[in-house]
Design a protein around this ligand. Structure first.
Ligand SMILES: Cc1cc2nc3c(=O)[nH]c(=O)nc-3n(C[C@H](O)[C@H](O)[C@H](O)COP(=O)(O)OP(=O)(O)OC[C@H]3O[C@@H](n4cnc5c(N)ncnc54)[C@H](O)[C@@H]3O)c2cc1C
Length: 408
């Protein structure tokens, strides 16, 4: 078996893993990031880069370069209930360099981090490399087994980080327990073309048991259609035409392009989950991002939380890793720092699931906007509260003194 060694081996090249890998390498820590796919070009990725992440880019001195990538700016988030449009959040008052959500395909964001990581001598990204087990010695994780096209590889490391998402292989291998909090919905994910004259905004549409979101990805709309969990089979039994009719009933402007959907294979099922670990770490090993606390898509905040976890972990772990004196208390400090924001955010997602999404998916006729949204519509100043929660999150992180670039 081939062997490699590094200081920190990160499984998963998503927002959590790529950000952590880049920050640690920039701070002089030897890092290997493993990504099981060949690239980041997966269709399903959250596309939202929040004001807090843009602020981190600013603190890293990368904001101007980052914003040269194609993106759409949204200073407000609007939801349409039947014919009534409600502005739910207004980011323009946030005291940050870029007070808006940048909608950008996530592969561009990850490529950007990968390119900046690769410019660091301490950074290595291995693609087509699937972490498939932990190496443990005397009660401590000392490395990770990796499946590659060239055969198995063993990577020894002072720290292994599981940033491999909500179906985390390494979390399962660690034996650490996970609490399942449940989600009442799944999402159907498909594309429809964008046409001249279409508006530019990403928006949500709610009516009679249906919840439909359209993300602007340039020449096409990435569509997310929310369904009750486990209901795909009954939807399919009613036929594709009935599904398309439902879409047109929600958004009549789509009538000329729903014929683009010719079979169910073009419509992917994304299963939604809300879970969290009780303990995120054990000696030599820690989980961050969705691996530690799987987020529902509600509020579009999962990418943001994953990035925030990475920054907190880098702030707390860069020096002990660099000085080869990583202790269990350093790992416990990462969980202590990030557990509260993750729990609070999940509590809000679950409250919205129970109070809004579940009744909405069960309703047949028109549905009235919930009281909280009516209030926000009536008193625009209140739109700053959801903007703060969505845009910045609970306890936003900053690039700390330990993460200054190493002198070369
Ligand atoms: C339907 C749906 C829509 C969503 N929409 C949004 C949104 O619009 N905005 C938002 O902020 N959040 C959204 N989320 C949540 C968001 O996707 C996650 O919270 C976020 O991606 C977590 O980032 P991560 O880096 O922890 O994990 P991931 O993004 O899941 O990244 C994990 C990475 O690890 C890789 N990997 C997995 N296993 C291995 C392995 N064994 N070895 C090596 N690599 C591995 C994967 O290929 C992947 O690249 C959505 C979630 C769902 C379910």
């Amino acid at each position: 078996m081939r062997e490699e060694s590094t200081t920190c081996c990160i499984a998963g090249g998503g927002p959590a893993g790529m950000m952590l890998g880049f920050l640690l390498a920039r701070a002089g820590v030897d890092v290997i990031v493993l990504e099981k796919h060949a690239d980041f070009l997966r269709d399903f990725r959250g596309d939202t880069i929040h004001p807090s992440t843009l602020q981190l880019m600013y603190e890293l001195g990368l904001l101007d370069e980052f914003l040269k990538l194609p993106h759409n700016k949204e200073s407000e988030v609007a939801v349409r209930f039947g014919d009534e449009e409600i502005t739910a959040a207004d980011f323009s008052h946030l005291k940050v360099k870029a007070p808006y959500i940048a909608f950008m395909p996530q592969w561009d964001f990850l490529d950007f981090l990968a390119d900046h990581g690769k410019a660091e001598p301490h950074f290595r990204l291995l693609v087509n490399a699937r972490a498939d087990g932990l190496i443990e010695e005397h009660g401590r994780v000392t490395g990770v087994n990796v499946a590659t096209p060239d055969g198995p590889l063993a990577i020894k490391a002072d720290l292994v980080v599981a940033a491999d998402g909500r179906r985390s292989d390494l979390r399962a291998a660690s034996g650490l327990s996970v609490e399942v909090l449940g989600a009442p919905m799944d999402v159907l994910w498909f594309r429809l073309s964008r046409k001249q004259g279409d508006h530019n905004h990403t928006f949500g549409q709610i009516a009679g048991g249906r919840f439909f979101i359209m993300l602007n990805r340039g020449d096409y709309w990435q569509c997310a259609f929310v369904i009750p969990k486990g209901s795909l089979e009954s939807l399919q039994a009613k036929g594709l035409d009935a599904f398309k009719d439902g879409l047109v009933a929600l958004s009549p402007a789509l009538a000329d392009r729903v014929p683009e959907l010719t079979n169910w294979d073009e419509i992917k099922l994304l299963s939604v989950a809300v879970e969290r670990m009780q303990r995120w770490w054990k000696p030599g090993f820690i989980c961050i991002g969705d691996a530690a606390h799987t987020m529902s898509p509600i509020g579009g905040v999962g990418v943001n939380l994953a990035v925030q976890d990475a920054v907190a972990a880098a702030n707390l772990l860069a020096r002990p890793l660099r000085e080869k004196r990583l202790a269990d208390s350093d790992l416990a400090a990462v969980q202590k720092r990030r557990e509260f924001p993750a729990k609070m955010t999940q509590m809000m997602q679950i409250a919205i699931q129970n109070r809004i999404i579940t009744p909405l998916l069960a309703s047949q006729g028109p549905i009235a906007p919930p009281f909280a949204l009516r209030l926000v519509q009536r008193f625009p100043i209140l739109r700053r509260i959801p903007a703060r929660l969505i845009g910045m999150g609970v306890r936003p992180e900053h690039i700390g003194p330990e993460l200054r670039p190493v002198q070369r």
